[in-house]
Design a protein around this ligand. Structure first.
Ligand code: IMP
Ligand code: MG
Length: 173
């Protein structure tokens, strides 16, 4: 397999993060923000983004996985769930990528059952044309075409997460 040149560069990513963080800081001023990172994929985006948000917040995580390698199976397994109280919180879910929307829809429904004060979604990438389940997205970093991407937290078979930029993944045999 080949991991090629950047599809999104470090500079493009950081500039987008600053823009998203400025919007989030303004929108959530005076609220009780709980930023929730969806792991593993969002670990880098999450930590870059929260460091740029300029209002008080608390953090927690959800660790979830869907099964197959580059395909989404539609089955989601939850390994760790939010332990913070959510009932009085303005929850912002922070995800690496929305593809079919199945994972985020599942996570969103679960959290809504716990009746947060508000719930919004921030995703680094949106692969819109693959959507099967409609999920409302409040903050989107980049809309990308239907290509499998790795880097900046995103993986193929748990590899390439540490690439500092996003690259289109091509598998060669
Ligand atoms: P969904 O349930 O189809 O929206 O799948 C979302 C999850 O699939 C993401 O959180 C990623 O873990 C994974 N995923 C989808 N597309 C890609 C990709 O292009 N690269 C890496 N992971 C992806
Ligand atoms: Mg993910």
């Amino acid at each position: 397999m080949v991991v090629g040149k950047p599809f999104l560069t470090v500079e493009q990513i950081q500039s987008k993060n600053r823009e998203l963080a400025a919007r989030i800081s303004a929108d959530y001023r005076g609220t009780n923000l709980l930023a929730v990172g969806i792991l593993k994929g969002a670990f880098i985006f999450f930590s870059d983004l929260v460091r740029l948000i300029q209002i008080p917040l608390t953090i927690d995580f959800i660790v979830a996985s869907s099964y197959l390698k580059s395909e989404t199976s539609g089955e989601i397994k939850l390994h760790y769930d939010i332990r913070e109280e959510v009932a009085d919180k303005d929850v912002l879910l922070i995800e690496d990528i929305i593809d079919t929307g199945i994972s985020m829809n599942y996570i969103r429904e679960r959290i809504l059952n716990r009746e947060p004060r508000s719930l919004k979604i921030c995703t680094f990438l949106d692969k819109k044309e693959r959507r099967e389940v409609d999920v409302p997205l409040d903050y989107v970093g980049f809309e990308i075409p239907n290509e499998f991407v790795v880097g900046y937290g995103l993986d193929y078979d748990n590899q390439y997460r540490n690439l500092p930029y996003v690259s289109i993944f091509k598998k060669t045999t």
